[in-house]
Design a protein around this ligand. Structure first.
Ligand SMILES: [Zn+2]
Length: 416
């Protein structure tokens, strides 16, 4: 340790004009304050008017000052932010060198462009998302350099499937291919084969689409690095291509059928093949017998389709209900088949009842009688629509609450 300090003093003396004793005193003071030796060295150099060395991005930690680096601008975007009631335009993005990629924020317009290699002097670092972020202020200097650097690949963020959200990029996931379909698409003039389906891990399921033939098969357990997540038909979709790496793993993935609390389904803003439970707290008005357009299948009003005009409507039965489990609420749509199963009557039977009563409303009333406050278990795909998540049920059944078990538990608690 002592020799490291001696070496550092020698190096400082080689870079600035100061006497050994003062330099040693200053350096030791920084070290006493807990500043790492390398940083302490650069701080002393700057104190005596020297120019701090360029640092490697991997060595930068949060809450440092006077940072000098050479880096390539990888992404940059303009943003308007409000700081103490004042609107300011900032530029932020990612920059990288051979050792790391860091986010940055420039509080002054340095005319940074994607692809620029720049020498940055006198930046500082803050903490963002547990990572250092470079901050370029009025007092920073930026000089464009006429050379290129090859930045390291940013380490992908490892995530369980349940945590994937649209907009994430460069993620690493591991999961099992549950299903796969292959199709041809034309992008520009190029024919491409796309492989898509559902994959799962211990936390959940997601739709994926692979824009490259990784010779994947149903049942394969794979690790994907460098994938991104976009929104497709309202739900997150994992996308990977020839820039991603896919590795087949010799391990099992226990795909459990977990009952998700409703707040999780609301937070995810759409998901595939989700299983949940909740109590029906409301039957929406347009539940019961509805009429659909024979051409486009849309629900029609007074014999008129928005798209096709006046048509002869086709009767259908459906239920739109709100279910709640105490953590959140979602809308659920039950198609004819599930509605008939839950209600115990067929569409034809309801049509006969409605015609006899000369009122379709009686069907709505019966749905309320039968289903309101009934706990259900539902499986389906969820998509966000108009401020609420709608779950399209594929399976639904009344939940048999285990009263005996509950009573036993209460008893054993009393006895215990
Ligand atoms: Zn129509």
């Amino acid at each position: 340790m002592e020799t490291d300090v001696e070496k550092a003093i020698d190096e400082i003396l080689g870079r600035v004009d100061a006497d050994r004793e003062t330099v040693e005193k200053d350096l030791k003071k920084f070290i006493e304050y807990g500043v790492p030796l390398d940083q302490a060295k650069e701080a002393v150099v700057t104190k005596y008017g020297g120019v701090a060395h360029e640092r490697q991005l991997k060595d930068i930690t949060p809450h440092e000052r006077n940072i000098n680096v050479v880096a390539k601008i990888l992404t940059v975007e303009e943003r308007e932010v409000t700081v103490r009631d004042t609107k300011r335009t900032i530029h932020r993005g990612l920059l990288g060198d051979e050792t790391a990629v860091l986010p940055f924020t420039a509080w002054k317009d340095f005319n940074l462009q994607k692809g620029d290699v720049v020498r940055i002097k006198n930046a500082s670092s803050s903490e963002w998302d547990g990572q250092p972020r470079l901050s370029l202020s009025e007092w920073s200097e930026v000089e464009k350099l006429d050379r290129d650097i090859e930045p390291v690949q940013r380490t992908p963020q490892k995530l369980p499937l349940a945590d994937l959200r649209p907009g994430l990029s460069n993620v690493e996931v591991r999961g099992k291919i549950l299903s796969m379909e292959e199709r041809e698409v034309t992008v520009g003039d190029v024919q491409k084969r796309v492989f898509s389906g559902i994959m799962a891990d211990e936390t959940g399921k997601i739709r994926y689409s692979a824009w490259h033939d990784f010779s994947l098969h149903e049942g394969d357990v794979i690790r994907i690095r460098g994938a991104y997540v976009r929104k497709w038909r309202g739900a997150p979709q994992l996308v990977f291509d020839e820039k991603s790496t896919v590795e087949k793993l010799d391990e099992a993935v226990a795909v459990r059928d977990m009952v998700l609390p409703l707040y999780k389904i609301v937070e995810a803003e759409g998901g595939v093949d989700v299983l949940t439970q909740g109590t029906v707290i409301e039957i929406r008005k347009d539940s019961g017998i509805i009429f659909r357009c024979p051409r486009c299948n849309r629900k029609i009003r007074d014999g008129v389709c928005e798209e096709d005009g006046e048509v002869q409507g086709v009767e259908d039965l459906r239920i739109k209900a709100v279910i709640d489990d105490g953590t959140g609420a979602v809308d659920v749509i039950f198609n004819r088949e599930l509605s008939e199963k839950l209600l115990g009557k067929t569409l034809e039977e309801y049509l006969a009842i409605a015609r006899e009563a000369m009122d379709y409303e009686v069907v709505h009333d019966e749905i309320v009688d039968r289903l309101l406050m009934v706990p259900l278990q539902i499986r389906g795909d969820s998509i966000p629509s108009d401020f609420i998540i709608t779950l399209f049920a594929r399976e639904a059944e009344p939940l048999q609450l285990d009263y005996k078990k509950e009573a036993d538990e209460i008893l054993s608690q009393l006895e215990g």
